[in-house]
Design a protein. Structure first.
Length: 614
């Protein structure tokens, strides 16, 4: 088998820590994808940051993130994965906060909060898992976990580990950072966040699912539900969005849902998982390549118009053959149009669901899979509809708003420099090649399937037979109907004169924001309760010192040295009201709340350690 070789080595003496690395077919595939995305993104950055500030900082942290990402994909045990995963999370923070605008800083705050809380939770799960089985090496996990009698403890450890990895991947309900961080980050950074960093989270989900819970149908069903919600929710948010990069970010949430469904199907299908394995690998690769192209295209729009609002960028693509080729190629790929790369991987994922329906026919699992298949096709239709919306904005509308002279000013000058042209062409040209020649994609799947304990299908998949084409046709029909009957009728408002095109409406309720509706209130209440308890505990020694001061210690004359010393000490410990420092800003800030929340997680970790090892 092409993906069967394994190279592993251990770097055992690093300050007493053991870092374990492995190299196999899947890792080679994703090292190549990572290198390709970073090269193309760096080429694009030359023009994007030509007149920008703080470019040195961006490139430094981009390089650190690249090194950490390589470490994640090469890791041979979960401890090594965790170390590089946390380095990657912290080093990518400046990429989100790069512009230092209020919206960018708030998005980076959300990104860091999700990363830190997710990382702490994953660490709890890793310590619990190590306490249960005594190892974190990936090749030993499956056999060790099979011997665990307490399945509830194993599920608890797996769920905790999943939180951190799932948060980085963007799985519901921890997807909240993607729609905010991607629009805030520079376009080259957005391409890396969506194309690669989310896959580091998916990598962790794969390890948990295939090494700890391999062939576990219960785990697979739980993951299937999360994947279906993520897939549908991301597509719905993308349909309502009127911001180019936010639409692409919500699309990333949806496509991660497709990938998670593929992972879940592998657990459910057990030894019949060949199609699910290949679909998961190929959709991961396809999504990385597609989002690289789409976010770089969004960067071209921003460089020229300094806006990504639909009402400002309409008509930008008119008269630009290269931009048209780049954007429409990627749009067709992510919509699953036949002869483009996304169609191949979505077909394999859909057929794995159909295979599961036949395998579990007549059971509750079979009924759940039928619902998931309908959601899969419907979400594919929503993907088509929001890509049609983007296509209409960029190529079908007349330019108005901030872009009134698009044909004269932008087209009359060079809107792309040669190096940017090369980056866009390189990223887009590969997409139709992979779609037209699916055997190339089969070769990629052959190389990586051993990592997921898959095998070649019992019979060759004929991608362009009607039995496989009809799923794509159904999604295309649903997408066209949603676009014509909902987007154009409800989400667009025609100008009264009928000549200025459509105005795109943002009618998504603002209060339906999971971060502001749930997460921030919970963190604030948790930390305020902690501050109250801390204040009570802190007040006990203060009260004791005040009692001693007023009863046992005699007042000293101000001119004497002990008086000066004790006076300053008393002022520090028990100051008068007029001298008390203002603490409202510190306790009210989200950073302080996040720090105290982390302390609470550490306390929880200590309690769990006590239960696990007592």
């Amino acid at each position: 088998m092409a993906g069967g070789f394994i190279l592993s080595w251990r770097w055992a003496q690093i300050c007493g820590l053991g870092l374990y690395f492995r190299l196999d077919g899947f890792r080679i595939v994703y090292l190549c994808v990572t290198a390709f995305l970073w090269i193309v993104s760096s080429l694009f950055s030359a023009e994007y940051f030509a007149r920008a500030a703080r470019t040195g900082r961006y490139h430094l942290f981009s390089l650190l993130t690249f090194c950490a990402t390589v470490g994640v994909f090469l890791s041979g045990d979960l401890f090594t994965t965790f170390v590089f995963f946390e380095i990657m999370s912290l080093s990518s923070y400046p990429m989100v906060a790069h512009d230092e605008t209020p919206s960018a800083l708030k998005a980076a705050e959300t990104y860091l909060a999700v990363a830190l809380i997710g990382g702490m939770t994953t660490l709890m799960g890793l310590l619990l898992l190590h306490g249960l089985i005594g190892t974190l090496e990936m090749e030993l996990l499956h056999e060790a976990c099979k011997a665990v009698g307490n399945r509830s403890a194993l599920y608890a450890a797996g769920a905790l580990i999943l939180v951190g990895f799932g948060a980085k991947a963007g799985i519901f309900p921890l997807h909240i950072w993607l729609p905010k961080a991607h629009p805030a980050a520079p376009a080259p950074g957005s391409a890396l966040l969506s194309g690669i960093l989310t896959k580091c989270g998916v990598f962790g989900v794969i390890i948990v699912s295939f090494e700890i819970f391999r062939n576990d149908a219960s785990w697979g069903l739980a993951l299937l539900v999360l994947g279906a919600i993520t897939m549908l929710l991301g597509a719905v948010l993308a349909v309502f969005s009127i911001d180019l990069k936010r639409t692409l970010a919500c699309s990333s949430v949806s496509q991660i849902g497709f990938i998670v469904i593929g992972i879940a199907m592998q657990c459910i299908l057990a030894e019949h998982n060949a199609l699910a394995v290949r679909g998961t690998i190929l959709h991961m690769v396809n999504h990385s390549l597609l989002k690289l192209t789409l976010f770089l295209a969004a960067g071209v729009v921003y460089m020229n118009l300094h806006s990504i609002d639909f009402n400002d960028i309409r008509g930008f693509g008119r008269g630009k053959p290269l931009f048209t080729f780049v954007f429409l190629t990627a749009a067709a790929g992510i919509a699953g149009v036949p002869l483009f790369n996304g169609y191949i991987s979505k077909t394999l994922l859909h057929e794995s669901i159909v295979e599961g329906i036949h395998l579990y026919s007549g059971s509750r699992t079979g009924g759940i899979l039928r619902i998931v298949e309908l959601l899969f096709l419907f979400t594919g239709g929503l993907t088509v509809s929001y890509m049609l919306k983007l296509t209409s904005v960029l190529f079908g509308e007349k330019p108005i708003g901030k872009n009134p002279g698009n044909e004269k000013t932008v087209l009359g000058s060079r809107y792309l420099r040669p190096i940017t042209t090369a980056a866009l062409t390189l990223s887009a040209a590969i997409l139709p090649v992979l779609g037209v020649f699916p055997r190339l994609m089969d070769s990629i799947a052959n190389l990586g399937e051993g990592f997921m304990h898959g095998h070649a299908p019992e019979h060759a998949v004929h991608y362009f037979d009607w039995i496989n084409l009809k799923g794509a046709v159904y999604s295309l029909m649903i997408g066209a109907a949603v676009y014509m009957l909902f987007i154009r009728k409800i989400l667009e408002k025609k100008d009264t004169a009928g000549s200025a095109g459509a105005k795109y409406l943002n009618i998504w309720p603002r209060f339906l924001d999971l971060e502001n509706l749930v997460y921030r209130p919970v963190i604030y209440r948790f930390t305020h309760a902690g501050v109250l308890i801390f204040g009570i505990v802190q007040g006990l020694p203060d009260a004791l010192i005040g009692f001693i001061r007023k009863t046992l210690l005699r007042p000293l004359k101000p001119g004497r040295f002990p008086g000066k010393f004790f006076g300053r000490y008393y002022d520090l410990i028990y100051p008068e009201k007029s001298k008390k420092p203002e603490m409202t800003a510190a306790y009210g800030g989200f950073s302080a709340s996040l720090l105290l929340f982390g302390i609470g997680l550490c306390a929880t970790l200590g309690y769990l350690m006590f239960l696990a090892f007592k």
